[in-house]
Design a binder for this molecule. Sequence first.
Ligand code: GAR
Length: 193
Amino acid sequence: MMNIAVFASGTGSNFDAIMRAVEAGDLDVNVALLVCDKIGAPVIEKAQNYQVDTVVFTPKLYGNKAAYEHALLKDCESRNIDLIVLAGYMRLIGPTLLKPFEKRIINIHPSLLPAFPGKDAIGQAFQSKVKVTGVTVHFVDEGMDTGPIIDQEAVRIEDGDTEEDVQTKIQCVEHELYPRVIQSLLVKEESTK
Ligand code: GAR
């Protein structure tokens, strides 16, 4: 079975959705590791409740990005991680992790990329008054929310929707889309063996 590591910085609702999909038998992976860069982030407790190994690190305590990514690389290698899944991990991935995990790091972003990359994508879409936004899952490269798109799903912003309404709709889509995309990557990988 494929081993995945989830990298997250915050609430962890996508982490939770992935774990629920695994428990329901809809996603055939072993979630072997949660990596979090914020002490006290709610996702840490979620991982502990699911008894998932957790690595919490403080980037500032390392000399540079290469130093902490080197440590994370060792954590991933020691658990035979096949795929790194970014779920609200609010940092760019550098070459130290990207090179050994080429095409094996994916990210979810709450907009129809290339529209509204970066922070607060939902707020950006809401303020732009677009009628359609959505969710993108893509392979990670060195850019901010760039890299080849794997799948996308649209979300309509109706007249009268508040920003919170849009966020709720986006999260509903994310929680269904991310496990499904991860599962589809496994099926593709199996068929190329
Ligand atoms: C999600 O909406 C995810 O798409 C977004 O962070 C949120 C994390 O929520 N990621 C980005 O904006 C990446 N640029 P969660 O902690 O509840 O899963």
